[in-house]
Write a protein that binds this ligand. Structure first.
Ligand code: NAD
Length: 328
């Protein structure tokens, strides 16, 4: 027997390349009297049109959900972001309307940590730069310079949450010293990962390799700018798999031009998709991926987490992974 045949869960956007919703969702939710719709919306207006009468609105992409859009969601009892980061949703607006916002913490921790390591290794071995040279017809063995060894070098992790910790675990095998900057994580939590708690400036001055793992917040916006690049070691290798605006891109480009930054791997940029005329394309020592840190192997996991949020809201219970718990 259905409790509420009108109850509808609407996915307003998803990553069509890697995270198409699995076919099992509709029958699974239907068993509980929940209708399921999946849309690929292309604008704020399309999102509002698709979600206006939804009880749960789900988003599996970086598509923004603004306060203005939230005000038009007539029945919304929960917004579920099927991602770890939720910076593209106006949390304050949702909270003001009493709408819980949930995310999907941990669904792709190893994917992203491994992606960060792929960038760090690429920065040490210049695999991407050599491959690009070969494809352009150049047997350019100098593209492997300057060489860098991981063993004996220092890795600086900015943020020590799930992904930062997974990245730290992998550093052990490479024989690196690990420094971590995270104002919300204590030295005793870092110690089992052989990571040493330091302030940001100390990390920047000592690290040969830097990997960024914070959420995008007002505090982390442009946390690496001109001042911070100036503090870094010459030839530093940087990996950013967190959110683009954590690095001030104009300052990064200057640091690439001056040679301060030896190599950088970016999975995220200030503007996505990256504009075709971005200066980042000019540098052989920049490796770019189109926000693919979370890989398709984790699609089933994230949609299971989404279904759990939907069924808990439908049952009148507190949904898991609320990022604004103050609304309940
Ligand atoms: P998490 O919540 O487990 O950890 C985030 C950590 O950041 C916490 O330890 C927190 O204390 C720390 N932090 C907060 N503010 C900080 C600051 N000002 N300075 C330093 N540290 C700060 O999250 P996670 O699972 O580790 O994911 C981290 C981020 O990675 C997400 O917020 C998301 O933006 C990004 N991400 C990207 C992809 C991708 O596809 N590239 C996929 C998943 C997550």
């Amino acid at each position: 027997m259905t409790l509420n045949p009108q109850f509808t869960a609407v996915l307003v956007d998803y990553d069509e390349a890697l995270f198409t919703p699995p076919a099992w969702i509709a029958p699974l939710l239907a068993e509980q009297g929940i209708a399921w719709e999946a849309h690929l919306c292309n604008s704020d207006a399309e999102v509002v049109a698709a979600a206006r009468a939804a009880d749960v609105v789900l988003v599996q992409s970086v598509r923004r959900i603004t306060g203005e859009m939230i005000a038009q969601l007539a029945r919304c009892r929960c917004i579920a972001r099927l991602s770890v980061g939720y910076d593209s949703t106006d949390i304050a607006a949702a909270t003001a309307r009493g709408i819980p916002v949930c995310n999907a913490p941990g669904y792709c921790t190893d994917d992203v940590a491994e992606h960060a390591w792929a960038f760090l290794l690429d920065g040490a071995r210049h695999i991407g730069a050599q491959d690009r040279a070969l494809r352009e017809g150049r047997w350019d063995r100098l593209a492997a310079q300057p060489g860098k060894l991981l063993r004996g070098s220092t890795l600086g992790l900015i943020a020590f949450g799930r992904i930062g910790r997974a990245a730290a675990e992998k550093a052990r095998g490479f024989g690196m010293t690990v420094l971590a900057y995270d104002p919300y994580v204590s030295a005793s939590v870092m110690a089992p990962y052989s990571a040493h708690k330091v302030e940001l400036d100390e990390l920047l001055t000592r690290a040969d390799f830097i990997s960024l793992h914070p959420p995008l917040t007002p505090e982390t916006f442009h946390m690496l700018g001109r001042r911070e690049f100036a503090l870094m070691r010459d030839g530093v290798v940087i990996a950013n798999t967190s959110r683009g605006p954590v690095i001030e891109e104009a300052a990064l480009i200057e640091a690439l031009e001056s040679g301060k930054v030896g190599a950088v791997g970016l999975d995220v940029m200030e503007e996505e998709p990256l504009p075709a005329d971005s200066p980042l394309h000019r540098f052989p020592n920049v490796t770019l991926t189109p926000h693919t840190g979370a890989s398709a192997v984790s699609a089933e996991t994230v949609y299971r987490m989404g279904c759990r949020i939907v069924t808990e809201v439908h049952a009148g219970r507190r949904p898991p992974n609320m990022v604004n718990p103050e609304v309940v």
